[in-house]
Design a protein around this ligand. Sequence first.
Ligand code: KG4
Ligand code: ZN
Length: 346
Amino acid sequence: MTTILAIETSCDETAAAVVLDGKTIASNIVASQIDLHAQFGGVFPEIASRAHIEAIGHVVESAIKDAGINANKIDAIAVTRGPGLVGSLLVGINYAKGLALALDKPLLGINHLEGHVYSLWLTDAGRDIQFPALVLIVSGGHTELLLMTGHGQYERLGGTLDDAAGEAFDKVGRLLGLPFPGGPNIERVAAQGSPTAFDFPRAKTDNSYDFSFSGLKTAVKREATVSSRSGDKEPVLRSDVSVKDVAASFQRVLVSTLVDKTARAAKEFKATEILMAGGVSANQALRQAMRAQTELPVRYPPLNLCTDNAAMIAAAANFRYDAGLRDDFDMDVKPMWALNSHTYDR
Ligand code: KG4
Ligand code: ZN
């Protein structure tokens, strides 16, 4: 049995997990900084790194303790190497190096996006996944469309040209005066609104597999807020606008853009499955719309594995460990690391 301890600190969650054979979660600790960043309406990089430093020792200790294992039983230490915030990544990678040295264990640097993909393998259904699979990663930092042709083999088809899907949810949530993060809160109020109340525009990237969501955000702003008066830091919501209707209409346009492109790519590349991962894949409207649009199996992680966690990093690391891959102790962080065909043969 392979036992991997993974550490994830790429953004605003300090996380550690122990996973057995890349599929059984023995422990999964996530210390969220949401409350810390809520006052700014977004993630503040310097505050994030400091919070990681404060939390990491305790989070890793809890993961080992919860798993009920002796640290010597760990076969490898995995850590997110990128993409992400440089200061936050450094906290995780330095801690992982120290631990790997102290325990005399091998070290594996994992791509955070590959981690999101492998969150699917932590489910029973995930183990039957057939390639080629069309993968849609939708999170606070990324919107990526990939063709996955085998383990660790990705062809990047497109991605966002501006705001990520989750970022669009967060920014629109803020415009509508909803708490951070916007995604789950928009989903909540949208459930009571009319998705056709507003006809927000879709970006004109229709022939490519790229996405653009900043125009949609601007259209929401134009429709729902009054131009700020001097002295107002935040846009002011129009008093006659229905937040529920705006949220539902925004969500409909964003979801249909994601679903149309994913389904079209799945057809073009003859994918056998559609996989969704990342924080936004928790969205029920997205899950339903994707299932309705295609006859292929559509898979998504359980809710607690959609958003950032370290179990998914361990799951990705397990495949690399089994393939005999190890990283050098002098490996550096890769804040802009794209996921593109490289990973098993770099
Ligand atoms: O994967 P994740 O935890 O972090 C990144 O790697 O970026 O994703 C966080 C993002 C946030 O933007 C949040 O608003 C969004 O996922 N999110 C959702 C939902 N739950 C989280 N967006 C839409 N609907 C949801 N239910
Ligand atoms: Zn993520």
